[in-house]
Design a protein around this ligand. Structure first.
Ligand SMILES: [Zn+2]
Length: 185
């Protein structure tokens, strides 16, 4: 870190202790330094590593995400999709069933689905949706972000059990939520 940036950082840290705001020209050397691409990339890399350490693994009680990923990759992507970090969520979430995190290059699937009552095609469908996020990166247009582009939606419908899976989720997510409320009581 250049000396000017280092000094600015020291002032920023001290001002935080005293809850004081600093003039922009005092903090600028540090913020300029942080903004430089090399540093930004390194911090993404660090966050990625930290994120991966927080993941809880691909092998669930009933389903192995690694195996599901390999099958879907062969069937729909000619095995060409680069494998991100895959993990079941640490906690059972019910509103969000899957998530693709581009910063950590990771796909997280809700542990609430790792059950003998969940048909395989449902987990495949949720995972397939997140894999499409890897395949169709976010489009930036006029300052807006588009994740589910028409091309994304077309690919989504290529999933063999698309309608069945949608129906199952619609009918069962409420049941999953009820089950968790009972436990909480
Ligand atoms: Zn999505």
């Amino acid at each position: 870190m250049p000396a000017a940036a280092h000094q600015a950082l020291a002032l920023i840290l001290v001002s935080k202790l005293y809850r004081k705001r600093l003039a922009r020209d005092v903090t600028e050397p540090y913020s300029e330094y942080i903004k430089s691409d090399r540093i930004r990339e390194r911090s993404v890399e660090n966050r990625r590593e930290r994120g991966r350490k927080m993941l809880s693994g691909t092998q669930g009680e009933h389903y192995d995400l690694d195996e599901l990923f390999n099958d879907l990759n062969a069937k729909y992507f000619s095995r060409k999709l680069a494998k991100p970090a895959l993990s079941w969520s640490a906690r059972k979430t019910y509103r969000i069933l899957g998530h693709h995190d581009s910063t950590h290059d990771a796909i997280i699937i809700s542990r609430s689905l790792d059950s003998i009552e969940t048909p395989r095609y449902v987990i495949e469908y949720v995972l397939y949706h997140e894999m499409l996020h890897v395949h169709h990166p976010t489009v930036h247009h006029n300052g807006r972000r588009y994740n589910h582009t028409p091309a994304f939606r077309r690919d989504e419908e290529r999933f063999e059990c698309f309608h069945q899976a949608e129906r199952w989720i619609e009918q069962n997510v409420r049941r999953l939520k009820r089950a968790v409320k009972k436990k909480a009581r």
